[in-house]
Design a binder for this molecule. Structure first.
Ligand SMILES: Nc1nc2c(c(=O)[nH]1)N[C@H]1C(S)=C(S)[C@@H](COP(=O)(O)OP(=O)(O)OC[C@H]3O[C@@H](n4cnc5c(=O)[nH]c(N)nc54)[C@H](O)[C@@H]3O)O[C@H]1N2
Ligand SMILES: Nc1nc2c(c(=O)[nH]1)N[C@H]1C(S)=C(S)[C@@H](COP(=O)(O)OP(=O)(O)OC[C@H]3O[C@@H](n4cnc5c(=O)[nH]c(N)nc54)[C@H](O)[C@@H]3O)O[C@H]1N2
Ligand code: SF4
Ligand SMILES: [Mo]
Length: 847
């Protein structure tokens, strides 16, 4: 929907102010191609509402188009997540569409021997490329369903993820589908499931405006969540003694705003959180009322080892890691008691004084504390446990579900929360938090998808999680792989193995690989077929951000050349693969997708808006919590009578510029929920409609947290256990990897934007000055970084943009010429199966 010119001028003014502070305002006059500069065109401009396709902040933006081109992008003042703010990547968003290397024709590799060489792909027509991929998929599917897979993404729009899951799970009856969010949010998800029995981030961005204390637990918000970071610093600067403690393995730009920077040894955050919890209990400073009214306590499996071996998940140790046992508060306290300040200080290197100061904050009942975390906590060999330990602290101190007091898990990708977690693109999930292993959930899903009862029993067992999938591929056990919205050949860990560069695991050369992409990447270098697709606002879609806000981005321009919408590609392949198959006596493809695709005309039944709306309305049926509970009710009433309660009708997201689920209809108006797991009266002084007044199983209007002990949030005792690798003589440095502001992940999009590329042209190894000097390395020297898993060369910097303590080095992973993941190990958290990109041990020499 178009917004008025006045709105746009307002947005531009706000954006200009913010950009001025950052030193730049991107006008996209250079965007237009084909000799048409935006400055010389005379056509009327149009404004479209959209949402940024980069980070999980999920900033709303307004996209200005003229003569079929995007000419500017500014913050959307009416999107309540960012209220007009943006960061530098936001301002240059329009330019990502027009990079010089944009893919516009399907590509086919005739000789698998050319994989990884940077050549060997030829241009082809759609028909040939689609027929080839569909025939390979069908062949594999008919021969052995365990040998095919789809790897998706938290950058896939919601309706696209939903449809992919439906094709893979109901169409192919395969659970071999997993997203890159496995490498990103899985630990947070398992944490939420264990604590709240549902995967629902609790707080919202307004907490940033209300907290007295911010604690970043290894989150580099200044580089990775810039809009939220500016909201944090704005609140801090507003006075009133707002404090920020940056707990981190290395100093980053986020440390700049901190009153205290507490550097801890990697992995010892587990002990720090436990020491604070222990302090609260020992000093009788926990919230007695909150503990008695709302919480249950548990212990879990311990000494769970590390997922080194391919067979770990099936081993006795690996298969029992999820087990928990109820315990009393006293037992929990007893287990915590070894975590004295002295013990935590000895492990972490943070002084007893500083740890006690931190504990004192949680002990003060009047302080509102907001904990924020991202990959430092999730990409952790005990990532799920560390999520628990933060929740535990906030729960026993009663600092939960109150505006300004919350444990806030930041999401990384634009739709990590919205797509990957919501619509069932994980190997163990069905849409809306449902699980393949749960019989009732399968019945419920069958009812919505109109499948015969028992149909989905064929997929009752979870498929391959990401690392299992790529280990199997490298072992030669995957014949067909399709990926979209990711660049796995650069972003996966342990690439020396997965790309067959160890001379041992060369399965990748025997796997038929199809990739949907917008630019050439390392992954397309290994592809047998590349489908060129529409990017961002070249079609309509939706993202769900870190505060559960779903926003729609409208189609603003057409894709270039022969590029097509990912959904079009999916439907074309699905139609070919499902040909001759039936469900309930009807053509299987039409049965599953007839609501958006006309088989006779072989095309969509409507425009982008209509297709998205139709998919959304089907997905929305899954979100009725009442119906989730009882399979019997579902089968009796059947889907036509199901009335979705937690998501709004599609068009509401357009008119309201995004809504946070659970969405409720109050007096005919669809309302966002700001705080989850909150008791109504804790929210006094705040907009009443912003508070979710119900627990997991309850409905809107239920004012208690949870109905029964079973449904109360769980505090689970999780001990400190050491990282998978620790520095030794041979590999004496911690190697931490991550992000910097200007680039997005593997750089495939941001390096196509001249201004961003110029601002940060190369990936550097950030070192402590003394470490560098000790190795005879000066700034600009090439270093060789070697781990037990692989090696790469990189230029050294002691500039301090990331300023590590002695013994730790940091590098970003955006540069394909500097493949840091060749050396990063692939050991994962045994509960979430998320890998630890933060703690590989390496040796460094002059190259
Ligand atoms: N500019 C930009 N922004 C992005 C992205 C991007 O590619 N570019 N990607 C987005 C995505 S998908 C994600 S997931 C986020 C990631 O956002 P972040 O997690 O904030 O960023 P990273 O650079 O991955 O992680 C660096 C942090 O890891 C911490 N760390 C290292 N070891 C440990 C440890 O043992 N324990 C703890 N607790 N912390 C540790 C460090 O202290 C440091 O603060 O960024 C999002 N935003
Ligand atoms: N060393 C190291 N590695 C990491 C991490 C780390 O901290 N350290 N973090 C991990 C994390 S948290 C994440 S989330 C992953 C991210 O890893 P990936 O998701 O694999 O990396 P991206 O570069 O985001 O890849 C997205 C791709 O989608 C393409 N694309 C853009 N628009 C579209 C579209 O509309 N359709 C399709 N089909 N494609 C499109 C882009 O060109 C881009 O190449 O990286 C992981 N890898
Ligand atoms: S990259 Fe993140 S902070 Fe920057 S504009 Fe996009 S969503 Fe907002
Ligand atoms: Mo991520």
């Amino acid at each position: 929907m178009d917004v008025t010119r006045r709105d746009f001028v307002k947005a531009t003014a706000i954006a200009a102010a913010l950009a001025a502070a950052g030193g730049s305002l991107a006008t996209l006059s250079g965007c237009a191609q084909g000799g048409q500069s935006a400055q010389t065109t005379t056509g009327e401009s149009q404004i479209h509402t959209a949402v940024c396709r980069f980070c999980g902040c999920g900033c709303g933006v307004l996209v200005e188009t003229r003569d079929g081109k995007v000419v500017s992008v500014t913050g959307d003042p009416d999107n309540q997540s960012n209220r007009g703010l943006n960061c530098i990547k936001g301002y240059y968003l329009g330019k990502i569409l027009y990079g010089p290397d944009r893919l516009t024709k399907p590509l086919i590799r005739d000789d698998a021997g050319t994989k990884g060489t940077g050549s060997g792909l030829r241009e082809a027509e759609w028909e040939e490329a689609l027929d080839l991929v569909a025939s390979k998929l069908k062949e594999t599917w008919k021969a052995d369903k365990s040998r095919l897979a789809f790897w998706g993404s938290g950058q896939q729009p919601i309706t696209e993820g939903y449809l992919t899951a439906k094709f893979w799970k109901a169409g192919l009856l395969s659970n071999n589908i997993d997203p890159n969010a496995r490498m990103c949010m899985a630990s947070a998800v398992v944490g939420f499931m264990n604590v709240f029995q549902t995967d629902e981030p609790a707080g919202c961005y307004e907490d940033l405006d209300n907290a007295d204390v911010f604690i970043t637990w290894g989150a580099n918000m200044a580089e990775a969540h810039p809009m939220l970071y500016s909201r944090l610093t704005a609140h801090k600067l507003s006075g009133d003694n707002v404090r920020h403690y940056d707990l981190t393995a290395c100093k980053t730009r986020t440390s700049a705003s901190a009153d205290k920077v507490l550097i801890f040894k990697p992995g010892t955050d587990l002990a720090i959180a436990n020491a604070i919890a222990n302090y609260l209990i020992q000093n009788d400073k926990y919230d007695h009322q909150f503990v008695a009214d709302h919480l249950q306590f548990k212990t879990g499996s311990e000494n769970i080892g590390n997922a080194y071996e391919d067979g770990y998940d099936q081993s006795e140790q690996g298969s029992t890691v999820d087990a928990t046992t109820p315990c009393s508060f006293e037992e929990y306290a007893e287990r915590l008691s070894e975590y004295t300040m002295e013990y935590a200080s000895e492990l972490s290197g943070v002084s007893v004084e500083d740890l006690t100061e931190l504990a004192g904050l949680f002990a003060d009942p009047d302080l509102r504390i907001m904990s924020l975390w991202t990959m430092g906590v999730n990409q952790h060999n005990r990532g799920t446990w560390m999520n628990h330990n933060i929740h535990n602290l906030h729960l026993i101190s009663g600092k939960y579900g109150k505006p300004g007091s919350t444990a806030f898990s930041l999401t990384g990708q634009p739709s990590a929360c919205g797509t990957a977690r919501e619509v069932g693109t994980f190997s163990h999930r069905l849409p809306a938090d449902l699980l393949v292993a749960n019989e009732d959930h399968r019945r419920f899903t069958e009812a919505i998808w109109d499948l015969p009862e028992g149909y989905l029993d064929a997929i009752a067992k979870p498929g391959f999680h990401t690392i299992k999938l790529f280990r199997e591929m490298s072992n030669g056990n995957i014949d067909f792989l399709w990926s979209a919205h990711n660049n796995w050949a650069q972003s996966l860990p342990n690439l020396t193995r997965f790309l067959g560069m160890d001379g041992e695991h060369e399965g990748i050369y025997n796997t038929f690989i199809a990739v949907n992409e917008v630019y050439p990447t390392v992954t397309t270098d290994y592809a047998d077929v590349v489908f060129p697709v529409a990017m961002w606002v070249e079609r309509e879609g939706q993202f769900g951000n870190a505060e559960r806000r779903t926003s729609v981005f409208e189609k603003a321009v057409d894709p270039p050349g022969d590029a097509k919408w990912d959904v079009w590609v999916l439907m074309q392949v699905a139609r070919r693969v499902l040909e001759g198959e039936t469900i309930n006596g009807e053509d299987a493809f039409t049965h599953l997708f007839g609501f958006i695709w006309d088989a006779q005309a072989d095309g969509f039944i409507g425009d982008d808006r209509e297709i998205n709306r139709a998919i959304w309305e089907e997905y929305r049926i899954f979100s009725n919590p009442q119906l989730k509970e009882s399979a019997a009710a579902i089968n009796e009433e059947k889907k036509l009578k199901m009335e979705a309660k937690q998501l709004a009708p599609y068009d509401e997201y357009l008119t309201q510029h995004g809504l946070c689920w659970p969405v409720r209809e109050v007096d005919g108006k669809w309302m966002s929920t700001k705080w989850r797991f909150a008791n109504g009266d804790q929210a006094e002084g705040f907009d009443e409609v912003g508070i979710a007044q119900y627990g997991t199983q309850g409905l809107a209007g239920d004012v208690s947290w949870y109905k029964s002990t079973d449904q109360k949030p769980s505090v689970v005792f999780r001990p400190y256990e050491p990282p998978a690798e620790e520095p030794d003589e041979e590999f004496p440095f911690w190697f931490c990897t991550g992000r910097l502001l200007e680039h997005w992940h593997t750089g495939s999009m941001t390096r196509e934007v001249e201004e961003l590329n110029r601002a940060l042209p190369e990936a550097l190894l950030y070192m402590n000055g003394e470490d560098a000097a000790g190795l005879g390395l000066a700034d600009g020297d090439m270093a060789r970084v070697t781990s037990r898993h692989g090696t790469f060369d990189i230029k050294v910097s002691t500039s301090g943009r990331v300023d590590p303590p002695a013994g730790l080095v940091f590098a970003p992973f955006f540069a394909r010429e500097t493949m840091v993941n060749l050396a990063v190990h692939d050991y994962y958290c045994p509960l979430s199966k998320e890998t630890d990109y933060k703690k590989t041990c390496v040796a460094i020499t002059k190259a």
